[in-house]
Design a protein around this ligand. Structure first.
Ligand code: COA
Length: 246
């Protein structure tokens, strides 16, 4: 479900009786929410889970034993929601508590920031189930912590607590029990108060720079600057600085 709090849109995974397991229906609902006016018109999106967990991951009752064409169709449709979250132009924050496993962990990794309360527990059970994380999360995990630590998290560590996830850089901040959403909303207010185009360009540039050569990266920075320097906010900030200098 999507709800607006001023410039911030809160999306809630709302299947608490199954620890917000990510069934195709849940993924489709999230996809619908991402395409809604509430999200489109917001300056920041916060993702949270109802009940005692953020998400216990892919719906094990549904895990696809489909043929290859069926699996490809899944990634084109419901399974593309992780990429669509990552591709939103405005910043996104995952507010995490309780279990954050498998696809739930991958969904959190598709957000720009992660605020976890002290009860948050991370894990990637896929390999023990004979599969691998495949909703973009393994790629993102490697980007954040490097291949050695990604392999450690995936193959050697059944669970990571919030403090361990923070030490690895997977979590932006650890909040007191029950305070992840309120802290995420505070960060969201800060993000929403910054010039929106600059925030959006900075976010997209950072994501692109992580995938670019130095030369392409420098070009992206210059193009981003060229796009922003003439905006009303940039001009006003420069004039304001000049005025204060006298
Ligand atoms: N898919 C489908 N249903 C799930 C689920 C999942 N990934 N995770 C939890 N549920 C359901 C349980 O079946 C249970 O439903 P029920 O009450 O109808 O029986 C309900 O959510 C509550 O879970 P329960 O197992 O009773 O809670 P718990 O606190 O004892 O254990 C977990 C929590 C997360 C340790 C345990 O549910 C679990 O191991 N889930 C699977 C996690 C997983 O492997 N996810 C990754 C898939 S790639």
């Amino acid at each position: 479900t999507a709800s607006r709090e001023g410039p911030v849109c809160v999306l809630t995974l709302d299947r608490p009786e199954k620890l917000n397991a990510l069934s195709t229906a849940v993924e489709q609902a999230l996809g619908g929410a991402l395409a809604s006016d509430a999200v489109r018109e917001s300056r920041c999106v916060v993702l949270t889970g109802a009940g005692r967990a953020f998400s216990a991951g892919a719906d094990l009752a549904e895990i696809s034993r489909d043929d290859p064409a069926g699996i490809a169709a899944y990634y084109r449709e419901a399974g593309d929601v992780y990429e669509r979250l990552a591709a939103l132009p405005q910043p996104t924050i995952a507010a995490l508590h309780g279990y954050c496993l498998g696809g739930g962990f991958e969904l959190a990794l598709a957000a720009d920031f992660r605020v976890a309360d002290e009860t948050a527990v991370f894990g990637l059970p896929e390999v023990a189930l004979g599969i691998v994380p495949s909703s973009g999360g393994l790629h993102r995990l490697v980007r954040v912590v490097g291949p050695a630590r990604a392999k450690e998290a995936m193959l050697l560590r059944e669970r990571l607590d919030a403090g361990e996830a923070h030490a690895l850089g997977l979590v932006t901040e650890v909040a007191a029990e029950g305070a992840a959403l309120s802290r995420a909303l505070e960060l969201a207010e800060r993000l929403a108060s910054l010039p929106p185009l600059a925030v959006s360009v900075a976010k997209q540039a950072a994501d692109l720079l992580a995938e670019s050569s130095r030369e392409a990266g420098v070009a992206i920075e210059r193009l981003a600057y060229g796009m922003l320097a003439q905006t009303e906010e940039a001009r006003a900030a420069a004039e304001d600085f000049g005025r204060r200098k006298g």
